[in-house]
Each structure stands twice: as structure tokens, then as C-alpha cells.
Design a protein around this ligand. Structure first.
Ligand code: PHE
Length: 463
């Protein structure tokens, strides 16, 4: 595999994969999904999905990647299953769609860094007009795509791995500091109880479906990002312990992002938690006000630093999203890496334009589609998220487990895992992973996918 590159060691891979997992999904969408899903009931479902169902899918993706040392589409074919190539292609396309809107939100985060640096704490109240300003946000989004492309063009070890090693630890320290601050605020306790004390009457199929989509999105699963990263992993690395670390880091950071957010929401709403369910704007409307109360100097320092680090967290994710289609055209079409990077970055940026326009600037894209059985129109950007995150990723995860169990066969999967994990065969871990891949994931993910798909897009409630 000369010229294809690889991570320099196990730590390099773990940090890059954790960098892929940790991003806007943890700090932007996780808190707003918890808020919209009624608090702790969502959190419980999310944890169940991550540890019980997503973890086995993660191990499988990395194993497929390492075994074949190829991109998702090439991987299925290389294992001898040409027809399954379509699953890889669908995954790559989901990644392309995700990156197209993700890049716009990353542009918001970077724009907030600039606003807070200039002391504009009122930006929280101006969120609606900010995201409508397509020239400003578009400019930030272009910058973001350029930074992503630059890192990916530097290759796996020199670009992706290096960036993750510095950015990840800094972000964690920063959030922990904010959690401590947040816990000292008035009404912090009310925020915590909203977040941590479950009210299961709030649990519905819709909430469970969102928890499932969020788990896949946050762990970068179901589309082959980890097949691709797995393709650069050394043969004697322990895939199971790597996947465990990545899952724990990702869930841990989402969890502490919640600890940071909900006391702040409680503080700013005098404990009513009204507006916790407002959706995508949550961190962008709530945080600037909280930073302001730190005083003019500290507020500017902490506030701008926070959004800068959020942008960096997003960057290690956009890098992994771009790497997937790039690896595909490098491996399958023989395009030079640097050229592949710029071609894909350009196409994906263009595909993101409807999302950019769909936040108030263009009426057509802002009220793009009205699902059957729904009263309100959905914007293009929300539609793209519903299709990619909530539909294609869980479906992809389900199909990947079906592939590993029934086409490739668990015996081969186990052999690949055992390469870096001597005691694996016959262990509890092996038994659980095999049970999950053959029965649990296909059954639960398949059923959940079907039910939430019918409900979201067609208003059909089977329960
Ligand atoms: N996991 C990333 C996040 O939480 C997003 C992502 C999804 C990255 C899918 C790669 C693949 O922000």
C-alpha cells in the first residue's frame, strides 16, 4: 500500500478517530437534541444506543477498513462482495451530504469566534439575522472548507493526525473549565435536574429515533468514515480497545457539554428551562449571554476561545468527512490525492449552498418541504439532516452489521479483530460482539429505522 499513508501509531489513530467523532455533534447538536427530546429521557436512550448498539458497529467498521486497507466502496468489493459496493457508495454519499451542511454550521461557529472577539455579546440575540446573512456566513464557510482541504491534502499522518493531537486535549480542558463555571450559576440545580432526572413519559418513537440518529452522527458511524480511518491502522493494534476509547471519549464529551449547557439555560431562563427545546440555535443563542456575565475582559477571552475551539473540534470532523470521498477517488479512480481533495472540496461546498440559503435568505430553501402529516415546512438544511443523520446513518449501521455477519461472516471478522487482541477468541467481548452483529443490531436498528422513517417523512405512527 505504498503511497497511501497510515497513522504513525495507535495513539495517532485513536486521536484522529476521536477527533472525527468529537465535533459539532457533541457540543452543538447533542444539547439541542436533549433539550428538544425533553431532557434526561433522551439522554438515557442516547447512552443505550451508543454503548449497546453503536459500539459493535464501530468495531466492525474499523475491522473492515483495516482488513482491506481501502475506502468503503472498495472495501466491500475487495472482500469479494461486488454487489455490496453500493452500500459503500451510499455511505460515501451520506458523508458528502453531511459535510455540505456541517460546513455551514462550522462557519457559524467560526463567525461567532470573530463576533465575540470583537466584544459583540449581543450576537446571541442576533442569531436569526446572523445565519440569514449568506455573504458573511458563506465567507466563513469558504474559509472553513479551505482549512479542511488544506489539512486533508497534507495526508493522514502529517495533516489529520497532527491537528487532532493538539486540538482535542485543549478543547476538553476548556469545556471542563466552563462546566465548573456553569455549576456556580443561580438555578444550576434546575438545569441539572432537567438534564439528569429522566421523565419517561416524555419518551416517544420520535425521541428514540432522534437519539439513534444522534448516536450514529456523533460517533461518525454508519457511512464508512471509520472504515476509511481503519484502513490506515496498523495490523497489531487492538481494535476493540481503540473503539472503546473513542466511544467513551465521544460520549464523555457530549455528556460534559450537557453539564455545561443546561445550568446556563436554567440561569438565563430563571429556572424555567423555557427555550431549551428551541432547536439548532441553542448554543448560539444561550452561550453569548452567559459569557457576557463573566465581565467584559474575561467574557471576550473565554467566549472567543470557546468558539475558536469549537471550530477546531468541527475541523477534525470535517477533515474525516472529506477524507472519505477523497480516499474513494484516490483508490478507485486513481486520481492524485491533492487533486482529489480540491475537486471534492469544491463540489461539496457547492452542494452546501442550498443549506446556506435555507436559514431565512431564500424562502424556497427555508420552507423546502412539508412532510406528510406535518403542519410545518422543513428547511433544506433540516431536511438534509433528517435524511443523512437520522435515516442513512442508522440504515448504514444496520447494513454494515448484516454484511459482516451474513456475507463476510463473523468468523472472518473475529480473525481480523483477534490480530491485535490475543485473548479475544472465546472471551465475553467476542461473544457479545458476535451476538450484537448477528442479531441485536440488524433487528433493533432495522426496526427502528423503519418505524422512524415512516413517522418522520410520512406521518405514519405504528405505535
Ligand atoms: N461525529 C461528528 C460530530 O459529532 C460528525 C461526523 C459524522 C463526522 C459522520 C464524520 C462522519 O460532529
Amino acid at each position: 500500500m505504498a503511497g497511501r499513508g497510515s497513522f504513525s501509531n495507535k495513539l495517532g489513530f485513536i486521536l484522529a478517530a476521536a477527533g472525527s467523532a468529537v465535533g459539532l455533534g457533541n457540543i452543538w447538536s447533542f444539547p439541542f437534541e436533549v433539550g428538544a427530546g425533553g431532557g434526561a429521557a433522551f439522554l438515557v436512550m442516547y447512552l443505550i444506543f451508543c454503548f449497546i448498539l453503536c459500539f459493535p458497529v464501530m468495531v466492525t467498521e474499523i475491522a473492515i477498513g483495516r482488513k482491506t486497507q481501502l475506502n468503503p466502496a472498495g472495501a466491500y468489493a475487495a472482500l469479494g462482495f461486488k454487489k455490496w459496493k453500493i452500500l459503500g457508495i451510499l455511505g460515501i454519499l451520506s458523508g458528502v451530504v453531511i459535510l455540505s451542511f456541517y460546513n455551514v454550521v462550522a462557519g457559524w461557529a467560526f463567525g461567532y469566534f470573530v463576533e465575540l472577539l470583537s466584544g459583540n455579546f449581543d450576537i446571541g440575540n442576533q442569531f436569526g439575522s446572523f445565519i440569514k446573512d449568506v455573504f458573511k456566513v458563506g465567507g466563513y464557510a469558504i474559509l472553513f472548507m479551505l482549512a479542511t482541504a488544506f489539512i486533508v491534502s497534507k495526508g493522514v499522518a502529517g495533516g489529520i493526525e497532527k491537528a487532532s493531537k493538539i486540538l482535542m486535549p485543549t478543547l476538553i480542558i476548556m469545556i471542563l473549565g466552563l462546566v465548573i463555571y456553569s455549576l456556580t450559576l443561580d438555578n444550576a440545580f434546575k438545569g441539572l435536574s432537567f438534564y439528569l432526572v429522566p421523565d419517561f413519559s416524555k419518551l416517544s418513537l420520535g425521541v428514540m429515533g432522534n437519539a439513534m440518529g444522534q448516536a450514529f452522527f456523533s460517533l461518525s458511524l454508519g457511512m464508512g468514515a471509520l472504515i476509511t480511518y481503519g484502513s490506515y491502522v496498523g495490523k497489531d493494534d487492538n481494535i476493540v480497545s481503540s473503539a472503546a476509547f473513542i466511544t467513551l471519549a465521544d460520549v464523555g464529551i457530549a455528556f460534559i457539554a450537557g453539564l455545561m449547557m443546561f445550568p446556563m439555560v436554567a440561569y438565563l431562563t430563571d429556572g424555567t428551562m423555557e427555550g431549551a427545546g428551541q432547536g439548532a440555535g441553542l448554543i448560539f443563542t444561550v452561550l453569548p449571554g452567559a459569557f457576557q456575565s463573566l465581565g467584559p475582559t474575561l467574557g471576550v477571552v473565554i467566549g472567543s476561545l470557546f468558539f475558536l475551539l469549537l471550530s477546531f473540534a468541527a475541523l477534525t470532523s470535517t477533515v474525516s468527512l472529506l477524507e472519505v470521498p477523497v480516499a474513494y477517488i484516490v483508490d478507485e479512480k486513481g486520481v492524485r490525492r491533492s487533486r482529489a481533495v480540491w475537486i471534492m472540496a469544491g463540489i461539496i461546498f457547492a452542494l452546501g449552498l442550498p443549506s446556506l440559503l435555507s436559514n431565512g435568505y431564500s424562502a424556497f430553501f427555508s420552507s423546502f418541504i412539508t412532510y406528510v402529516g406535518s403542519e410545518n415546512a422543513t428547511s433544506f438544511m433540516d431536511f438534509a439532516q433528517n435524511v443523512a443523520n437520522d435515516t442513512f446513518l442508522p440504515l448504514g449501521g444496520c447494513m454494515i452489521s448484516i454484511f459482516a455477519a451474513y456475507a463476510w461472516k463473523t468468523k472472518n471478522l473475529n480473525e481480523e479483530i483477534a490480530k491485535g487482541y490475543p485473548g479475544y477468541m472465546g472471551s465475553f467481548v467476542q461473544k457479545y460482539l458476535n451476538f450484537a452483529i448477528t442479531i441485536l443490531c440488524p433487528l433493533v436498528l432495522g426496526t427502528m429505522f423503519l418505524l422512524t422513517f415512516l413517522q418522520t417523512f410520512f406521518g405514519v405512527n405504528l405505535f
